[in-house]
Design a binder for this molecule. Structure first.
Ligand code: SF4
Length: 335
């Protein structure tokens, strides 16, 4: 049986052989624009719904759903058909509804502070498995519509570029979310940043930096040994110059590690030439990493220091932190 969101239009048409041509369009729109499962498409004859349900199967099996912020934040743990597990977060605000998706089961980047990295890599997700996370969250959010998607869940999106980009195109073309409301985060995979620089759709790029000197970054983000800060800055410069788009950097504040005034100075010196925006957030605690996240006062102090140094800075909403829903910190844990 084919994955619900891994079939393309031709495969869907083949599945609907013998039906009028408009049916394929109708089902496609039902799946993507209306976020319906086949058996919810009540404008289709019952026999056709049964045929679709028999030929297309969802990839995500809900293992657990947790709720926070009075139900405005939801986090799912899904099991995939091969037993791999991934997580998705839905965050509803007054004027935006954001889904944070995983792009890989596990992650090979091994950032020391990250629960996903500590668990190692299982496999890449398919484009359909990424899309299904958005559409499952869209069903839960209805009647509100999903307005933004961030690729900040489990995995390094630019290490799974083909599937991530196929999902981006379908979110843009078929779900109808503007590319400017799609954000791909990366820990700094330089060839992937170059591919995004040349890509046709103007998605946003967020680089998880966390340290602005190579010694510290080598320890926190091991891929820095392969793509050190100098190479990363060059790729970011090409991105900004070629696309004219704003770049943002993520900085998870770790108590006594990267939240000192000297860290703010190094960060400011790194991002100012790029005119980039910085989002700071306290690190979520993870069992395998001994340091703690910076407290609220320290976060505010660091952000003020950065602003004084001329950096456009936002303290990122800690929505969902209580359910571990922060960038790169999703991990399958026992309930
Ligand atoms: S922070 Fe992101 S890139 Fe690093 S190990 Fe975690 S999921 Fe992977």
């Amino acid at each position: 049986m084919a994955g619900l969101y891994d079939v393309d239009r031709d495969a869907l048409a083949a599945l609907l052989e013998g039906e009028p041509a408009y049916r394929a369009r109708q089902v496609w729109e039902g799946l993507y624009r209306r976020a319906l499962l086949p058996d919810e498409m009540t404008d289709l004859p019952l026999t056709l719904r049964a045929r679709l349900s028999g030929g297309l199967s969802p990839a995500l099996d809900e293992r657990r759903r947790r709720s926070a912020d009075d139900g405005r934040t939801l986090k799912w743990l899904w099991r995939l058909p091969d037993g791999a597990e991934v997580e998705t977060v839905l965050m509803r605000y007054d004027r935006r509804t954001t889904v944070c998706v995983s792009s890989q089961a596990g992650c090979a980047m091994r950032c020391g502070f990250c629960a996903t990295g500590q668990g190692g890599f299982a496999r890449h997700l398919t484009a359909g498995e990424i899309l299904e996370q958005v559409l499952a969250a869209a069903r839960a959010a209805a009647p509100e519509r999903v307005t933004h998607v961030v690729f900040m869940g489990m995995g390094e999106p630019l290490a799974n570029y083909a599937a991530v980009w196929a999902a981006v195109e379908r979110l843009h073309d078929d779900v109808g979310i503007s590319a400017r409301r799609l954000t791909i985060s990366t820990v700094g995979i330089v060839p992937g940043i170059d591919r995004l620089t040349a890509a046709a759709l103007p998605v946003n790029l967020a680089v998880s930096l966390h340290a602005a000197n190579d010694d510290l970054r080598n320890r926190l983000v091991p891929v820095n040994r392969r793509y050190p800060l100098g190479l990363l800055a060059e790729a970011c410069t090409r991105y900004v110059r070629t696309t004219g788009r704003r770049l943002s950097f993520e900085w998870a504040l770790i108590d006594g590690v990267n939240d000192r005034p000297t860290d703010a100075e190094e960060l400011a010196a790194y991002v100012r030439p790029l005119r980039a925006h910085v989002n700071v957030i306290p690190l979520n605690p993870t069992p395998g990493f001994p340091a703690r996240g910076t407290d609220a006062e320290g976060v505010a102090r660091f952000a003020t220091g950065l602003r004084r140094l001329g950096v456009n800075t936002t303290v990122r909403d800690t929505r969902g932190v209580e359910i571990d829903a922060a960038c790169g910190q999703l991990a399958a844990r026992p309930a």
